[in-house]
Each structure stands twice: as structure tokens, then as C-alpha cells.
Design a protein around this ligand. Structure first.
Ligand code: 13P
Length: 285
């Protein structure tokens, strides 16, 4: 059963298709899109780049303050690269206060698929919106593996984020076992399909994060990343940004970002070190 928003989006899409309008035009016309992540120049879609830091369960008020100061001092001004930070929930207020009025956006690492109610320990999309979040990560492999989040739940979270006006960053990725069994394509396609069956991808962001590359120091080669990004791209409209995540460091970022279907990165460990993260952002320019 589609949510009221999904039904609306579906109807709007149908109407726009009938009228011969582009989908992005229709969404904009309806006032749903807050930003346009792509530009069309001479018929070629140019996607703006995004580098997002996923702090995971790290930080303290003191270390966050130092990191934010260092990032604000060191990140290049007009880069054409959008930067976002996703701290743990308790620090969203601190981060929002420090980043308000700067070009750096912020977001959360997870949200509830429910609007409100008796869901102890959960945080809703509307709450994140109130904290000024632009982004929210959904379906990170650590959520899927450690907390048993299913494809359907991830899709529901994606839809809940969109309905509240947040931009979901949806993660897909295969385990080492699945890669070695030749199942990479099947796994990421299934994970993405679950989302597309529930919601229009709209201005959402996709992140390809091979599980075997997360926190292991073993990144996918640029060619491995490109191959998966290209097949994911085929399922999405050309303006959707697809980020790579998994052991991105200053030293390997440029080669990964040079791939035509890689539109930036979702950075874990290296986003906690200002110098590393700044170098990664520079590599995306
Ligand atoms: P690492 O960059 O630490 O490998 O983590 C990647 C990740 O999980 C980002 O969401």
C-alpha cells in the first residue's frame, strides 16, 4: 500500500508524463523540490557533488567543537562541492548551532519510519527537520546487519524522510561473501528496488557502500565502484547523485571521485580527522 505522499508523487508523475513535462519540472512546480542537484548543459546532466561525513557513534561536545572549528577554518570556500556532516543525535543541536549560516549542511544517521507514537528510543523525521537537518542516512549496512533493518523497513524510512522534506541518503552494498559468490549486482539491485517500489527516488541520494570495504581500510578499486555505480545509475533518473563509501581516505579519494558515475563520497573514519576530510572534499572539486 502506497503512502499518501507516494500516491501523490505517483499521480503527479503520471500527470507530468501526460503533459509532456519533465519530472523535475513537475516536482518543482508542485513545490516539492527544495534543491536541484543537477544542471543540464547542452543536453548533458551535470550532477553537483556531495561529500558527507558519517561520524557514527563517535565524538563528544569538546572534540566535536574542535573538529567543527577546524573544518570551518580549513574547508575551501566556493568549491562546487556540497559538504554535510552527520553526527550522533545528541550532537545535532551543537552541530546545527555551529554550522547555521555556513555552507556546510548537517543530517542524521538514522530515523524512525513512524511519524510519532510509542516507539521508545526512536527519532522521527519531523524532529530531525526541526533540528535543521537537510539529510538523513537510511539503510546503512551497520543498521541492516547489527539492528536487523529489512529492505522494507529501509524503504519505509526513505519515504518517511522524503515526506518530511529531508533528503535521504540511502545505502546499498554487498558483503564479501555475496561479492565472492558473484551476487553483488543482485544484492544492490534488490536493495534499491525495495525503495523504488515504495517511493519515488526524487532528490534522494544513493550511496554504494560495499560492506567489506567499511572500516576495513580495504576500499573498492575505482573500477569496482564505477561498475556498480553504472548499474545502479540505470535504475535511476540521470540527476540522482550516487556516492561511494568504504575506506575513502585523502590518499585514494581523487581516483575514486574521478569515475564518471561517482558523485562524491560517504566518509566514515576519515570524516573525524579535519585534515583528512578537508583533503577528501578538495579531491571532489
Ligand atoms: P569508513 O569510511 O570508516 O570505511 O566508513 C564508511 C561508512 O560506513 C560511511 O557511512
Amino acid at each position: 500500500m502506497r503512502s499518501p505522499r507516494a500516491r501523490f508523487v505517483f499521480a503527479a508523475r503520471l500527470t507530468s508524463a501526460r503533459r509532456g513535462l519533465s519530472w523535475s519540472h513537475a516536482v518543482k512546480f508542485k513545490g516539492l523540490a527544495r534543491e536541484k542537484p543537477e544542471k543540464r548543459i547542452a543536453g548533458v546532466t551535470r550532477r553537483s557533488r556531495l561529500v558527507a561525513g558519517n561520524w557514527k557513534m563517535h565524538g563528544s561536545r569538546a572534540t566535536n567543537g574542535e573538529l567543527l572549528d577546524a573544518l570551518l577554518a580549513g574547508l575551501p570556500g566556493k568549491t562546487g562541492v556540497e559538504v554535510a556532516l552527520c553526527p550522533p543525535y545528541p550532537y545535532l543541536q551543537q552541530v546545527s548551532e555551529r554550522l547555521a549560516g555556513t555552507p556546510i549542511a548537517w543530517g542524521a544517521q538514522n530515523l524512525s519510519e513512524h511519524d510519532q507514537g510509542a516507539y521508545t528510543g526512536e527519532v522521527s523525521a519531523a524532529m530531525l527537520k526541526e533540528l535543521g537537518c537537510r539529510y538523513v542516512i537510511v539503510g546503512h549496512s551497520e543498521r541492516r546487519q547489527l539492528y536487523g533493518e529489512s529492505d522494507a523497513q529501509v524503504a519505509a524510512k526513505f519515504a518517511a524522510a522524503q515526506a518530511a522534506g529531508l533528503t535521504p541518503i540511502a545505502c546499498v552494498g554487498e558483503t564479501l561473501e555475496q561479492r565472492e559468490a558473484g551476487k553483488t549486482e543482485e544484492v544492490v539491485a534488490r536493495q534499491l528496488r525495495a525503495i523504488l517500489n515504495k517511493a519515488d527516488f526524487g532528490a534522494g541520494v544513493l550511496a554504494y557502500e560495499p560492506v567489506w570495504a567499511i572500516g576495513t581500510g580495504r576500499n573498492a578499486t575505482p573500477e569496482q565502484a564505477q561498475a556498480v555505480h553504472a548499474l545502479l545509475r540505470r535504475q535511476l533518473s540521470p540527476g540522482v547523485r550516487i556516492l561511494y563509501g568504504g575506506s575513502v581516505k585523502a590518499q585514494n579519494a581523487a581516483a575514486i571521485f574521478a569515475m564518471p558515475d561517482v558523485d562524491g563520497g560517504l566518509i566514515g573514519g576519515a570524516s573525524l580527522a579535519a585534515k583528512e576530510f578537508i583533503e577528501i572534499v578538495r579531491s571532489a572539486q
